[in-house]
Design a protein. Sequence first.
Length: 463
Amino acid sequence: MKKDVVVIGGGPGGYVAAIRAAQSGKNVVIIDNGGLGGTCLTRGCIPSKALITAADRLEMIRHSSQLGIDVNGDITVDLQRVMEWKNGLIKKLTSGVASLLKANQVEVYSGTATFIDNQTIQVNTTGQSHKFQFYHCIIATGAKPAELQILPFDGDKVISSTEALQLQSVPQKLLIVGGGYIGLELGIAYQKLGSEVTILEGLSQVLPGVDSTLVRVVTKRLKQLGINVKTNAKVTGGNTDGDGVEIQAAINGSEQHFRADQALVAVGRVPNTADLGLENTLVETDEKGFIRVDSQLRTTENHIFAIGDVAGGPLLAHKASFEGKIAAEVINREDVEVDYRAMPYVIFSDPEIAYTGLQPKEAEEQGYDPMVSRMAFQANGRALTLGKDSGFIQIVSDKPTQQILGVQIVGPEASTLISEAVIAIEMEMSAEDLGLMIHAHPTLPEVLQEAAEGVLNQAIHMV
Ligand code: FAD
């Protein structure tokens, strides 16, 4: 029987698309070759956040004497048990995805999907193959770690984020090539767990592309944690031996050598299109291999859609899920398209960074007359009681209308705080709207409220 929708990939893009399509009465098949839940649940968001939680807990215990809590005796980390706990969380979540798909009557196939032509998919599982004819297909095959030719992965001394999330002992010395969000999050976690971490970043700041005023707060903390950060560092070569890895890097013109037990290479991600047989369709990719899509997520074949990491743009799980819903709704003949205006970006660094909407420069480029109002966490009672008072919240508004155009946060719980900013932008709220809302005390969102009042020159705790 011809299927209404075949979804390739069971990550946060694919499984969400499959369920949304099934909710509208479609007959849906999903095919995955790496475990339901995709990168996010099995080797990305969830395991990394579990590791960060363990590292933060340890850090908190080590630094609790200021609060009058003395921990006597050794504080030890058993990374094997941390990983077991993390694996338990993954199992819980991935089996939850399987149950949801079953409850929505989505047929699940485990194996690699390949286009035979633009209406037929073949699935190869061990020793078996199935063919499906489809009316619509959603490609949600995600992306994988990019490899450096001069320092290829060996799964032991030179590893990707996948292996870094499965280590059984804390490396004494860990080199991180690439100071993007994945390298930074894992670098901070391992430093707190006891590694001596060095980050080599090719550009002039870690987190390239992120507003430097936000990054500065994190850079200060990296220093405090003892992380060695080398910027403008271009890796020129490397070799491994029984003891570890040695990497050469050109830093501001001079060559330097770095030795470590392991090197985590986190220099970007490449789309998973190699096994798809796209050559048997008219689906086009861009110069980096990401599938080209329009604002309804249609590829250059009208009935084939692509969502999530494989379609490029920000490689984030919530972007993949959002696109999954849109693609399924378009297939259901709803008149919808993507709108990323209020999409949140989150980095689980220390402190966290989160932003949404327009940054000051972007607002200017789009013809607004932007005004920036900034409120520090230092003056917030809750931040002080949490012992986490570095950072700030900044609101970018349009001067004449006071409409909120963007919000940037660096500080405690930025990942959670950004949701209120998303509402403000999505609902086209003005700074006055946000300032007039009663915020509970003592809480971190009061900082956002005060930044909004700052737009009106009415913040109480701003000097
Ligand atoms: P994926 O989750 O990659 O799923 C694609 C699935 O398709 C995989 O299971 C793959 O095996 C399967 N597949 C591929 N090819 C085929 C084929 N031919 N046939 C069948 N199946 C196939 N994002 C966040 O928003 N927040 C975070 O905190 C965050 N942390 C991250 C931390 C790390 C270390 C990493 C690596 C990523 C992180 N991400 C985070 C990014 C997030 O994981 C991805 O953006 C998200 O998983 C993309 O979802 P997707 O559905 O597009 O693809």
